[in-house]
Design a protein around this ligand. Sequence first.
Ligand SMILES: Nc1ncnc2c1ncn2[C@@H]1O[C@H](COP(=O)(O)OP(=O)(O)O)[C@@H](O)[C@H]1O
Ligand SMILES: [Mg+2]
Length: 236
Amino acid sequence: MTPGAAASPGILTLTHASVHLGDQLALDDVSVNLDQPRIAVIGSNGSGKSTFARLLGGLVTASAGTVSVHGLDPTRQSTEFRRAVGFIFSNPDAQIIMPTVAEDAAFSLRADRLRKAESAARVTAALERFGLADLADRPAHDLSGGQKQLLALCGALIREPRLVIADEPTAYLDARNSRLIADHLLGDASRQLVLVTHDLALAACCDVAVLFEGGRMIASGHPTEIIGRYESSLAC
Ligand SMILES: Nc1ncnc2c1ncn2[C@@H]1O[C@H](COP(=O)(O)OP(=O)(O)O)[C@@H](O)[C@H]1O
Ligand SMILES: [Mg+2]
């Protein structure tokens, strides 16, 4: 673990995990233990990064092997699991459901069955934290791309998950908004982060990196070393 990093918040364990999507072997026999706070996932298009992220997030199931996320089985303990894990996609439109910004943030709290005043207080605090307080009553789909991703982040983090999985969360954002989103994701080492990214500078900020190729996890280790290995595989 990086010196000075926070204590490990949990362990992700895959044992000979494979995923078939249709006829495609999208993830091929992955075994790994990851207990670092911030985990970068890198590799070329189609290498299996999203399938790995979705497997950890309970969005696809393993066709072979086992998955344990902070001691939970994503498929068998789904209520507790959904409480513990937040997922962020590249495209925030896929995650914004309700008409206004405040309603959308409140929607993420529905399973907690809070009293109205408590829910409103949590929403106000979360919108403040993500710089969206002035936009609370705006139609969510009128926001800019960066504001929408902040709202998606707000929805994923408002329940304080122990693990956040972000699949290329800055892919559609300009440099300023990418930085803002990255600061929110990387800045809190009290929860674990799995960050799929093509932004190797962001990957370098993590505590560990894993490299995918052809559905296999071909390397894991210090980000500098793993990024170097990836870059040298790209050299012409
Ligand atoms: N829904 C699907 N059905 C069949 N094959 C898929 C599906 N989604 C992804 N794949 C295939 O699985 C492999 C891994 O994809 P993916 O995990 O999305 O890679 P990455 O995120 O690294 O680009 C690729 O060969 C891809 O074409
Ligand atoms: Mg992907």
